[in-house]
Ligand binder design. Structure first.
Ligand code: AMP
Length: 440
């Protein structure tokens, strides 16, 4: 390689709050993606992908101008054409916009959609909190029946259980635009006497986002929230009945839940059921792995016909951190059927072609053409979890044969070069039968 003059400039680094997802972590991502896709298939949800960029007004109108997400954390910019846009801080608003824009109101309801994608919030980075993070989420739009809420809660719970996590549901009802304003008056009256004791953020929240006073994490605010009047005692009879019905379904399904009057969720568009999924025990007091809620007024808020909806979202990075801490067993070996090893220039030429042929025949194959020694190549084959290794040297080229090594037993046989795929298929099939018997 020609020598390149050392650049005088400093090294370009990763943007603060962003994260590279490296090879070692990718196995967790695949496990989660597979689980989400399997769940979606079982429950009849179709995938939707909306753009990462939307009009800023979409989020202001739905999430609410006074929320932390919109007022402090959005990546907003004006384009050269003068459009006011933002990177999405969450995905529900975009999905609902798309639901209205593409006339999904005319499809059989509820329309069930799921997504997996990056979200952006200019928050203070720390463990489990990034400025670009990924969420998967499920939305059921067009049905107000409490059974749909219960089913969504069960899904959000089961996904994490299936991923090996010990979790529980924290649940509340945040009422609707009819009963919530009455409650907010009561809540303000309660806090009026303690205004001087509130933290700086809560002093602002008192007038602008009263409900969020309940989920402040600072010590004194937490104590005050513990004693505050509860929303469930001020629900309209419709909201109360809806909530009771959701809880009855959860009881029926043996889901571990806690009634938690402090679950208010950070976004304005939620109505009625609101829940979070947290790890059981002490860890659950830290960050939630995901959360969801009903949003019966959201479609109308965006100019559509009044349509109820319910959904939830989970943070993938947080789920992975918990899986790593819980030492969830996942198959880390990217195992392959066969590894092709070569000794000498002629053999390398021939294996290059063989490698392509085996791939085109559907085998999962691995190689390291740049490695020269057999030991190095066998080590690499072991690392890749190869079941068999094909070894081609000078002698085999002359005989039109190849060595087939069983990586578990170490036994090597000479086979006819032209019969490689037949021999491999035969052995791999036998292996499958053996594995199936062991599993039984
Ligand atoms: P939210 O939309 O705020 O209800 O968030 C739903 C889930 O997304 C949370 O429970 C987290 O798992 C995840 N999440 C939210 N914000 C972040 C962030 N800044 N970094 C990583 N994950 C996040």
């Amino acid at each position: 390689m020609p020598k390149i003059k050392k650049a005088k400039k400093s090294r370009v680094q990763l943007v603060k709050g962003m994260k590279d997802i490296l090879a070692d972590e990718q196995v967790y991502w695949s496990v989660i993606r597979d689980k989400v896709t399997e769940m979606a298939k079982n429950y009849g949800f179709s995938r939707i992908d909306t753009p990462v960029v939307e009009f800023t007004s979409l989020f202001k109108r739905t999430i609410g101008e006074e929320t932390d997400v919109v007022s402090k954390e959005m990546y907003s910019f004006v384009t050269q054409g003068g459009d006011k846009l933002s990177l999405r801080p969450e995905n529900t608003a975009g999905v609902v916009r798309s639901y209205i824009e593409h006339g999904m109101l005319n499809l059989p309801q509820p329309v069930k959609l799921f997504y997996i994608g990056p979200q952006f919030r200019h928050d203070k980075p720390q463990a489990g909190r990034y400025r670009q993070f990924w969420q998967f989420g499920f939305e059921a739009i067009g049905d107000e029946d409490p059974v749909v809420d219960a089913q969504m809660i069960v899904m959000s719970y089961s996904i994490l259980k299936d991923l090996g996590l010990d979790v529980e549901v924290q649940i509340n009802s945040v009422g609707d635009s009819e009963c919530r304003p009455q409650y907010l008056k009561v809540l303000k009256q309660y806090y009026q006497g303690y205004k001087k004791e509130l933290c700086a953020d809560c002093t602002k929240r008192f007038t602008k986002n009263t409900l969020r006073l309940l989920d402040c994490k600072s010590k004194r605010c937490k104590e005050l929230a513990d004693e505050a009047p509860q929303l469930v005692d001020h629900l309209s009879s419709d909201c109360k009945n809806h909530f009771m019905a959701v809880l009855e379904y959860l009881d029926e399904m043996d889901i571990k839940y806690n009634l938690n009057p402090k679950i208010v969720r950070g976004l304005d568009y939620y109505t009625r059921t609101a829940w979070e999924i947290v790890e059981s025990g002490e860890k659950g007091k830290l960050n939630a792995l995901g959360g969801g809620g009903r949003y019966d007024e959201l479609v109308a808020l965006l100019g559509g016909r009044e349509t109820p909806g319910v959904g939830f979202a989970m943070g993938i990075e947080r789920v992975i951190l918990s899986m790593q801490e819980a030492k969830t067993e996942i198959d880390k070996t990217k195992s392959c059927d066969v590894y092709v090893a070569q000794l000498g220039t002629e053999a390398r030429k021939k294996t290059l072609k063989l490698f392509e042929e085996l791939i085109s025949k559907g085998f999962s194959v691995a190689e390291n053409m740049s490695k020269k020694g057999l030991k190095d190549q066998l080590d690499a084959a072991n690392k890749r979890g190869a079941k068999y290794t094909l070894i081609l040297g000078q002698k085999e080229i002359a005989d039109d044969t190849i060595l087939l090594r069983d990586m578990e037993s170490g036994v090597q046989e000479v086979i006819n070069f032209k019969k490689i795929d037949r021999e491999l298929t035969k052995r791999l099939e036998a292996l499958q039968v053996k594995l199936a018997k062991v599993k039984k």
